[in-house]
Each structure stands twice: as structure tokens, then as C-alpha cells.
Design a binder for this molecule. Structure first.
Ligand SMILES: CC(=O)SCCNC(=O)CCNC(=O)[C@H](O)C(C)(C)COP(=O)(O)OP(=O)(O)OC[C@H]1O[C@@H](n2cnc3c(N)ncnc32)[C@H](O)[C@@H]1OP(=O)(O)O
Ligand SMILES: CC(C)C(=O)C(=O)O
Length: 518
């Protein structure tokens, strides 16, 4: 596996002389802060299933919830605690005896207790002095320790707290028995350089492991978490898909893949399970993963641009920093407006069609043209679209063998007009015009063609399939024609159903006429 810190000279130099831990502990708070995402509420069963999956994934700590918040929460946490998972189970508690008692009752291994320390929170929310806050924190920590439970202590809004006071709070928390201290960037105001500075300062004073909890209000949660690790933080709080209050928390999949693939730091995460758990959490929370989301988004390993697809087909690392399989994803070559010939050739190969063997150069060029034209309409071209285009192009008779060509077609339809079509066909150098009415525009068009051709060829069957969704979907028309003692089935695909119908019928007519005995 590629580790950029070892292979990339710039990263290697930038990280020289830093005290980056060899192993970082992953504290997952999907079931607590993640569940605080507005509109998200997980049932106890869903929480239990996610906890089992988080454990399978290899997280070190699962913050299973905030026990005092509801009876359902307590039921879920109790059940999670009874599962004997490998991960340590943690419950959140304010520095309030009742919260702590409820957490203890649930049977958690660790209690994460917190109290806000910033001037804003002290003055307007808690209405407490600096000293009172320290006393409340110390009392809560000591109370938890009396019950023999591990304590993680957070100074809420730490990053907007006076540094001297913050250090004092944490020192007192450690003296009271906190096993680990957590530094929350509660409203995400940190920048990586400042986070590095803060953790570096705390490291000088605090002799228990340091953890960080970064919010993403400015989109910096992952970067700030990594900066904290660069300064020596041993634990990172994160959530699957970056769920959490407001802009969310640091996304577990991004933090872990950066730690593992860029920094070469060890975690216990089985990275190949990341995509699967991301999908599960998205399903239960009903929060869609944005396609361009790093690591677990649908586009994270998808390539449409011709230049990128060409590069990736030659060597995947050209446009992929890590192999998709490493996170349980698959590489996707998407066809559309920006596609190049290499990608189309590869896609055809995947569908069992080889250029030069199954199709000639001219047909390949036509297929490329049609795929790009479909892409130009703002469509993502699916495999089924490609198959229909190939069948359409390959199935057509060469121009020299065609007896009938469509010169013109016009259809008129509406609520107050009878659907009418007029066509001009070139039949062996002679132009034949005709018109017909029908129950709809397709019916009128096909009847007009029949009228121009004469009675000797009849339409026996007609089917239409929409290949992709949407009003501008590629439609595939399949017709069976009978004439001159032969029966022929042909297909045509177009975004315009009238054109697809007309092309299929004319192609069928040509195939019958080409084989008739003159
Ligand atoms: C930054 C974070 O993410 S913190 C976690 C946030 N998560 C949640 O709030 C979700 C779950 N919360 C809940 O279910 C409820 O808010 C409860 C059960 C915790 C509390 O409910 P209520 O008692 O009705 O209080 P409410 O939520 O309205 O107000 C919070 C109270 O806790 C106090 N408080 C807030 N944080 C702390 C703390 N860390 N330690 C002690 N007291 C605190 C507030 O000062 C306020 O006290 P007051 O009622 O004496 O004025
Ligand atoms: C409870 C604390 C750690 C928190 O969630 C925050 O400050 O964002």
C-alpha cells in the first residue's frame, strides 16, 4: 500500500521532526454527535446494528449516545454494552450527577463528561465563574472515578477559551482522575496551524493522552484533526460520513485514510469496510452521501474525463491516490460528454465488443459520436445506453445496401389536432412523399412510411423501452416487419421516440428489400 509520507519527498520533509504518534485511537461518535445531526433520530435497533458494524470496522471507542437524553437512548446503550464488543463503549454526560448515574446504570466502559469553559459559555449559558466551572468538573470526574469507570473529560468550546485557563482546567481534570482529555473545537473555528499550536502547548503540560473533537463549520474538521495528530494527539473523534451538529464532525473515513495512507500512522480500522458502513449509516440516518464526498462518495473513484480515464486505464495511480478496493469501493469509468476514445474502447471491451474484431473503425467512430451526443444532453451514459447504441450502429445495413432512406419527416400532434405525419422517402433515387393520421405521432409516422412503401411490407410488432430514466431518456424501439416472404426484427435507439420508430421501421424495410428476389 502506498504511504505518501514515505514516497513523497515534499510530505516527508514537511513532517520531519514532528512527534506524530505511531498509532492513533479512533473514537467514533456517529451514535452521539452524529445523531445530533438535525432531523436524525435512530431507533434502538438501528443504533445497535450500527454499533456492531462500527466494532467490525475496528473503531477503538464507540460513543453510543447521551444516556440521560431519553429512555430509548438508554435501552440502546444498555443493549450495546451487553454485546461484549471489542470497542470500548462510552456514554456522554454533563458534569451533572444525574447524567453520570444514568450512564453508569447503562453499563458503559467510559464516561465522556464535559463542561463548557469559554467566556461566552461561562457568561451567557452556564452563568458560572471560572472557579465554579473547575469545581463542577472536578466533582464530576471524581464521582465517575469512584465508580471505577474510565473518564474522558472535555472542556467544551476549548478553542475559544483563554489558553492559561484551559490549561488550568485540564490540569485539574487530570489531577481529579481524568484518563484522557479531549479538546473540542465546538464551533469549528480552528485552523490547522492554530490547532497544532494548541495541542503542542497542551502536550507540554498534560501527561495523559490527548484527544480532539473537531467540528466542520468552516470545512476544516479533518484538516484540524490531522494537525492535532501532527502535534501529538493520540485520539481523534470522528463520525461516519462526517455527520454531526451543523456542518458536522471530522469524517471518520477521511481522517482514517489520511492517517493511514498519507501519514503512515496505524489504526485498527479495516479500511475495506468503510464504504459499506457509510452506506448503512446513510440508509438509517436518511442523510445522502454527496457524490463528490471523499473516500465513500459515488464519484470518489469514478472517471469521466477522457484524459483521466486514459491515464487510469494505463496506470490507476495517475488519477487515484489510493486503490478503490482499499476502502471497499470500485473504480468506475463513466461515459458522457467528456469521454475520450480510450474509455469508450475499454467500456466496449467490458461489454464483450472488440474494436477491429466485432466492430470496424467506422462503426467505432459512430458509436463515439453518439455517446458524446447523448452526454451533451446532460446525460450520464449507462452501459445499457452503450449497448443500445452499439446494436443500433452495428445492426444498420451499410449505406450502399440500403434501398430506402428517410429524407424528411414532420409530425404534428396536440390536444386539438389529429396526430398527423408526413414523410419523404428516397426509394432507389426516387422521392416518394406520403402522409397519414394516427392515434399518436408514432402511429402516424409509421403509417405514413407504410403508405409510401406500399402494401408489400407490413409492421407486425412494435415495442418501445426507455433505457434510462427521464423525459430525455434514450428510447429503444424494436419492430418486426413482414414482407416478400421474410420476417425481420430490427432495433433503433434515439432520445426522440418518433425518430427511433421511423429508423427502426426503415432499417427493417431495407433489410427485407436487400434480400428480396428481384
Ligand atoms: C456540544 C455538544 O454537542 S453537547 C451535547 C448536546 N446534546 C444534547 O443536548 C442532546 C441531548 N440533550 C437532551 O436530551 C437534553 O438537553 C438534556 C436531557 C441533556 C437536558 O435537558 P434539560 O434538563 O431539559 O435542559 P436543557 O437542555 O433545556 O438545558 C441544558 C441545561 O444543562 C446545563 N448544562 C449544559 N451543559 C452542561 C454541562 N456540561 N454540565 C452541567 N450542566 C450543563 C445548562 O446550563 C442548562 O441548565 P439549566 O436547566 O439549569 O438552565
Ligand atoms: C461534548 C463535546 C465534546 C462536543 O460534542 C462539542 O464540543 O462539540
Amino acid at each position: 500500500m502506498i504511504i505518501y509520507r514515505e514516497e513523497n519527498e515534499i510530505i516527508k520533509k514537511a513532517l520531519e521532526n514532528l512527534n506524530i504518534p505511531e498509532r492513533v485511537y479512533i473514537f467514533d461518535t456517529t451514535l452521539r454527535d452524529g445523531e445530533q445531526t438535525p432531523g436524525v433520530s435512530l431507533t434502538p435497533e438501528e443504533k445497535i446494528e450500527i454499533a456492531i458494524k462500527l466494532d467490525d470496522l475496528g473503531v477503538d471507542v464507540i460513543e453510543a449516545g447521551f444516556p440521560v437524553s431519553s429512555l430509548g437512548e438508554q435501552e440502546a446503550i444498555k443493549k450495546i454494552c451487553s454485546l461484549n464488543l471489542n470497542a470500548e463503549i462510552c456514554g456522554l454526560a454533563r458534569a451533572v450527577k444525574k447524567d453520570i448515574d444514568v450512564a453508569i446504570e447503562c453499563g458503559v466502559d467510559r464516561i465522556h463528561t464535559f463542561i463548557a469553559t469559554s467566556p461566552l459559555h461561562r457568561k451567557y449559558k452556564l452563568k458560572k465563574s471560572k472557579e465554579e466551572i473547575i469545581d463542577i468538573a472536578v466533582e464530576a470526574i471524581e464521582y465517575i472515578k469512584e465508580h471505577g469507570i474510565r473518564v474522558e473529560f472535555s472542556a467544551e468550546d476549548a478553542t475559544r477559551t483563554e489558553l492559561d485557563y484551559l490549561i488550568e482546567v485540564y490540569k485539574k481534570a487530570v489531577e481529579a482522575g481524568a484518563d484522557i482529555i479531549n479538546v473540542p473545537d465546538t464551533v469549528g473555528v480552528m485552523i490547522p496551524r492554530a490547532m497544532y499550536y494548541l495541542i503542542n502547548e497542551l502536550k507540554k503540560e498534560i501527561k495523559v493522552p490527548i484527544s480532539v473533537h473537531c467540528h466542520n463549520d468552516f470545512g476544516l474538521a479533518v484538516a484540524n484533526s490531522l494537525a492535532a495528530v501532527e502535534a501529538g494527539a493520540e485520539q481523534v473523534h470522528c463520525t461516519i460520513n462526517g455527520l454531526g451538529e451543523r456542518g458536522g464532525n471530522a469524517a471518520l473515513e477521511e481522517v482514517v485514510m489520511s492517517l493511514v495512507s498519507i501519514y503512515g500512522v496505524k489504526t485498527e480500522i479495516k479500511t475495506e469496510k468503510l464504504y459499506e458502513i457509510s452506506q448503512l449509516v446513510s440508509k438509517y440516518t436518511e442523510i445522502k452521501v454527496q457524490p463528490n464526498k471523499a473516500v465513500v462518495g459515488e464519484n470518489a473513484f469514478a472517471h469521466e474525463s477522457g484524459i483521466h480515464a486514459h491515464g487510469v486505464l494505463a496506470h490507476a495511480l495517475t488519477y487515484e491516490p489510493i486503490p478503490p478496493e482499499l476502502v471497499g469501493q470500485k473504480r468506475k469509468i463513466i461515459l458522457g460528454k467528456h469521454t475520450g476514445t480510450h474509455a469508450i474502447e475499454a467500456k466496449l471491451k467490458e461489454l464483450g465488443i472488440e474494436v477491429g474484431k466485432d466492430i470496424n473503425k467506422e462503426q467505432f467512430e459512430e458509436i463515439v459520436k453518439r455517446i458524446k451526443a447523448l452526454g451533451d444532453k446532460g446525460k450520464r451514459v449507462t452501459d445499457r445506453d452503450v449497448e443500445a447504441i452499439v446494436e443500433d450502429v452495428v445492426g444498420k445495413l451499410a449505406k450502399k445496401d440500403r434501398v430506402v432512406e428517410l429524407e424528411q419527416i414532420a409530425v404534428m400532434t396536440g390536444n386539438k389536432v389529429i396526430p398527423t405525419a408526413s414523410v419523404a422517402l428516397k426509394i432507389e433515387e426516387e422521392i416518394k412523399k406520403s402522409s397519414a393520421i394516427g392515434v399518436g405521432p408514432v402511429d402516424a409516422a409509421v403509417k405514413a412510411i407504410q403508405r409510401a412503401i406500399g402494401e408489400k411490407i407490413k409492421l407486425k410488432e412494435y415495442h418501445i423501452n426507455a433505457i434510462t430514466g427521464g423525459t430525455d431518456a434514450l428510447a429503444e424501439v424494436i419492430v418486426t416487419l413482414e414482407g416478400y416472404g421474410r420476417e425481420i426484427t430490427t432495433k433503433a435507439a434515439s432520445e426522440d421516440i418518433v425518430r427511433a420508430s421511423v429508423e427502426a421501421v426503415i432499417d427493417g424495410i431495407n433489410k427485407i428489400l436487400a434480400k428480396r428476389e428481384k
